[in-house]
Design a protein around this ligand. Structure first.
Ligand SMILES: [Zn+2]
Length: 346
């Protein structure tokens, strides 16, 4: 009995002192199929330990301004209203970047963004972040972020890497373009350094990290902004000790932005997309919140920490749940969505 009590005391103490933290790694202009092709052991390790979706269709305009606005506000283009790279006509008063919600919920929580892209830096400065740092290039952004992870204790840490997009614009967003693939592999090496910096934090054993990674758009030829599959099909990763291990595949759901591509909401609800980054990050810091609250705030995104395949039986009664001895497979016949326990293929 005495042993049990002291054991419970240790567990309660650990829970009380565990600090939930978030790292978001944004890789600009990284095609989903190019990520699959590239040798990316660090992103692979994140994929294995959480949710991975290689069909995280971008429903808005495939341009950086709108894309990062969707990720950071948790709402799609028709709400944040950004359609260019100057963030003109934005509606961030109504739909701010998500660190504003974090601050509103707990003023002691702090968020930092490290970014090399001047326009995103400029628009981020008064948009909820406690600290915004401008890097000269990806290497500089990396060393600034590592320094922060080493010496500071921000609750939300975000780094934006630009070189993959730059390689695409200068040499082609193409699978057979070695330079584009190599740029993705270099981004992955940087991610390895970020993961090491987290593991080396003095208080790491008392911290619970959620690592989110995604991109704003793909590309085709030397451009993006269009409605091709190569530009709209992106990827999404969420990794933590407390997230379900899932691999999700979804059919093309259409678009909210491009004409003659009607969107299919039955698909959109069931795969992770860039607008889900904000809700999932907030939910990690405030586990008592749920998708009900995020919806009430007007967010389009949902938290994947609030998603349980096991408890989805009633919710998706019209779908098929196949329980195998090894894997659980959720299959929605109507829209061809597959959700399965993450068995790592690569
Ligand atoms: Zn971009």
């Amino acid at each position: 009995m005495r042993f049990l009590l002291s054991f419970l005391f240790v567990v309660i103490l650990k829970l009380a002192f565990t600090q939930n933290k978030v790292l978001i790694i944004g890789i600009d202009g990284c095609r989903a199929d190019a990520l699959e092709k590239a040798h990316t052991p660090n992103l692979d390790s994140l994929r294995k330990s959480g949710i991975y979706c290689a069909t995280s269709w971008q429903l808005g305009k495939t341009k950086s301004g709108p894309g990062w606005s969707s990720m950071l506000t948790g709402v799609w283009d028709f709400k944040h209203n950004v359609s260019d790279n100057q963030f003109l006509n934005h509606n961030f008063e109504e739909f701010p970047f998500f660190p504003s919600y974090v601050k509103r919920l707990d003023a002691s929580k702090k968020s930092v963004l490290v970014v090399g892209w001047k326009s995103l830096f400029r628009i981020s400065k008064n948009n909820g972040w406690d600290c915004c740092l401008k890097g000269k290039n990806d290497n500089d952004c990396l060393s600034k972020t590592i320094k922060l992870l080493k010496n500071e204790s921000f609750d939300v840490n975000m780094i934006h890497l630009n070189d993959v997009d730059f390689a695409g614009h200068t040499t082609g967003f193409e699978l057979d373009n070695k330079k584009y693939i190599e740029a993705i592999e270099e981004a992955d090496r940087k991610i390895g350094k970020l993961l090491n910096a987290i593991k080396n934090r003095p208080n790491f054993k008392n911290e619970n990290w959620l690592i989110l990674s995604s991109t704003d758009h793909g590309g085709k030829g030397k451009h993006h902004s269009g409605n091709s599959i190569e530009e709209r099909k992106v990827w999404w990763i969420a990794s933590s000790n407390h997230i379900q291990k899932l691999e999700i595949t979804a059919n093309d759901p259409g678009s909210y932005f491009y004409e003659n591509m009607p969107s299919d909401s039955s698909i959109i609800e069931l795969y992770p997309s860039i607008v889900d980054i904000a809700a999932t990050a907030i939910n990690h810091l405030f586990p008592n919140l749920s998708n009900k609250e995020f919806k009430a705030w007007g967010l389009d995104g949902k938290s994947w920490l609030d998603f349980k395949v096991n408890s989805s039986k009633e919710l998706y009664a019209e779908n098929e749940l196949v329980l195998d001895k090894k894997e659980l497979l959720f299959y929605n016949k109507a829209c061809s969505i597959e959700i399965k326990i993450n068995e790592f293929k690569k």
